[in-house]
Write a new protein. Structure first.
Length: 117
């Protein structure tokens, strides 16, 4: 019986799939299952982890048009301008950075303005 050697992992054909590493043996970036706006709202404590995506998007739409958040976004864009050589960063990323830059008092005021429970 002749054994056919299996190609190494770097030379896999499209129909051959590599097993995903599990647990502590995994490496690289974790694939996010939630959109950026949901992660940004959860990290800034504007919504709970249990809120569904459609409700979170409604909150995100109110956050985007808030004038205080827009001022923070402009400030973050000016600070990051010298670090980035191209402007391919999506607007949601700038807004997420703006929420991260906001103080706790500003976030509490924002939460009361957009009336999030």
């Amino acid at each position: 019986m002749i054994e056919i050697p299996r190609p190494n992992a770097q030379r896999l054909r499209p129909h051959e799939h590599r097993r995903a590493p599990i647990g502590a043996m995994s490496f690289g970036r974790r694939l996010e299952t939630e959109p950026l706006y949901v992660r940004a709202l959860i990290s800034s404590n504007l919504i709970s982890k249990h809120m569904n995506i459609s409700s979170a998007y409604k909150v995100w739409q109110r956050v985007v048009v808030d004038p205080v958040v827009q001022k923070y976004e402009e400030r973050v864009m000016k600070e990051q301008q010298h670090k980035q050589t191209f402007s391919s960063t999506p607007r949601n990323q700038w807004l997420a950075w703006a929420l991260a830059a906001m103080s706790v008092q500003d976030l509490e005021a924002l939460k009361s303005r957009i009336s999030v429970l």
